[in-house]
Design a protein around this ligand. Structure first.
Ligand SMILES: NC(=O)C1=CN([C@@H]2O[C@H](COP(=O)(O)OP(=O)(O)OC[C@H]3O[C@@H](n4cnc5c(N)ncnc54)[C@H](O)[C@@H]3O)[C@@H](O)[C@H]2O)C=CC1
Ligand SMILES: O=C(O)[C@@H]1CCC=N1
Length: 268
C-alpha cells in the first residue's frame, strides 16, 4: 500500500509522522507533497519521508491519497490533480467543510473518505471521525481506519452531518480547551504567580481532571459537586460562571464552528 499526503502543514505533517512511526508503512511507501519550497527544503532533511514538489512523480503511483490542504487551496489543486488520478485510488480528506461530492466532482473520483481529525494527533492523542462514499469497500475502510489510528483513536459516523458536527466538538475543540487554559494562566499571573508556577498549577489541574474523568464513569457535573463544598470557594466560581451564562456560551461556540463547517462546504 502506497500512501501520498498532499499538504505538509499542521495536519498533513502530523499524519505523515504518525504513519511513519507505525509498522503499517515503510519509508518507500509514504510520500509527502507540498508546494512551499521552504517546507520542501526542511522536510528533505527528515529521514522519514520521501518528499516531492511535483505531483507527476508521486500521485499516479499512490493507492491512498490524503488531502491536507486548506479548503481554499482545493480549486487550484484539484485542477492539477484531476487529469492524473485513476479510479482505483482512494482519497482521504482531512479538510474542514469540504464535502464528499465536492471532492468526487473536483477530482472525478469515486472513492472518498471524509475525516475530521484534531491537533492532539501530534502526540498520538488525536481523535478522528470519518465517513465514506459508496464506492469505498469494507476492506478499504479498515485500511483507512488503521492509518487514521496511527495518530490516536477514531470513530466511524454514518453521515457527513456528523463530520461537520465533530468539527465543532473535537476538530476545533482543542482551541476551546486552550482558551480556557489561557484564561486560567492569565488569572494565575495576575494573582502574582511566576510564569513557571502558573504553568505547573494550570497544566496539572487540567491533566488531573481529565485523568479523574477517564478513570471513572462519573459525569463532569458529578465531579463538579465533588470539588464544590456548600458555600465554599468552588461554588463561588461556578455561580459566577452560571451568572455569566458561560455554559450556554460554550455550547453556542461549538455550534458556531459546526455552522461554519457547513458554510465552508458551500463555498466554492
Ligand atoms: N489545524 C488543525 O487543528 C486542523 C486542521 N484541519 C484541516 O486540515 C487542513 C490543513 O490544515 P493545517 O494543516 O492546519 O493547514 P496548514 O496551513 O498548516 O497546511 C497546509 C499546507 O498545504 C500546503 N499547500 C497549499 N496549497 C497546496 C497545493 N496546491 N498543493 C500542495 N500543498 C499545498 C501549504 O504549503 C501548507 O504546507 C485544513 O483543511 C483544515 O480544515 C482539520 C482538523 C484540525
Ligand atoms: O479552524 C479550522 O477551520 C480547522 C478545522 C478544525 C480545526 N481547524
Amino acid at each position: 500500500m502506497k500512501v501520498l499526503v498532499i499538504g505538509a502543514g499542521n495536519m498533513g505533517l502530523t499524519y505523515s509522522e504518525g504513519m511513519a512511526k507505525s509498522p503499517l508503512l515503510g519509508k518507500q511507501n509514504l510520500k509527502i507533497y507540498d508546494t512551499d519550497p521552504k517546507k520542501i527544503t526542511k522536510l528533505n532533511k527528515e529521514p522519514h519521508f520521501d518528499v516531492y514538489d511535483n505531483l507527476e512523480d508521486c500521485l499516479p503511483k499512490a493507492d491512498i491519497v490524503f488531502l491536507a490542504v486548506k479548503p481554499f487551496h482545493i480549486a487550484e489543486l484539484f485542477k492539477t490533480m484531476a487529469p492524473q488520478i485513476n479510479q482505483q485510488q482512494l482519497f482521504v480528506s482531512l479538510m474542514a467543510g469540504v464535502t464528499i461530492d465536492t471532492i468526487k466532482d473536483g477530482l472525478g473520483a469515486t472513492k472518498v473518505v471524509r475525516a475530521m481529525p484534531n491537533l492532539p494527533a501530534k502526540v498520538g492523542k488525536g481523535v478522528t471521525s470519518y465517513t465514506e462514499s459508496e464506492a469505498v469497500s469494507k476492506v478499504e475502510l479498515i485500511m483507512v481506519r488503521n492509518l487514521l489510528d496511527t495518530t490516536g483513536t477514531s470513530i466511524h459516523v454514518e453521515t457527513e452531518k456528523f463530520i461537520d458536527a465533530s468539527t465543532g466538538i473535537s476538530g476545533s475543540g482543542p482551541a476551546y480547551v486552550f482558551y480556557f487554559m489561557q484564561s486560567m494562566l492569565d488569572a494565575a499571573l495576575k494573582m502574582g504567580f511566576s510564569a513557571y508556577d502558573s504553568k505547573v498549577l494550570v497544566s496539572n489541574t487540567f491533566e488531573g481532571a481529565i485523568e479523574l474523568f477517564n478513570q471513572s464513569d462519573i459525569s463532569p457535573e458529578t465531579w463538579i459537586n465533588r470539588v464544590a463544598s456548600k458555600g465554599g470557594t468552588t461554588q463561588a466560581a461556578i455561580d459566577s460562571m452560571d451568572d455569566n451564562n458561560v455554559k450556554q456560551l460554550i455550547e453556542d461556540a461549538a455550534y458556531a464552528a459546526f455552522d461554519r463547517a457547513i458554510e465552508l462546504g458551500k463555498e466554492k
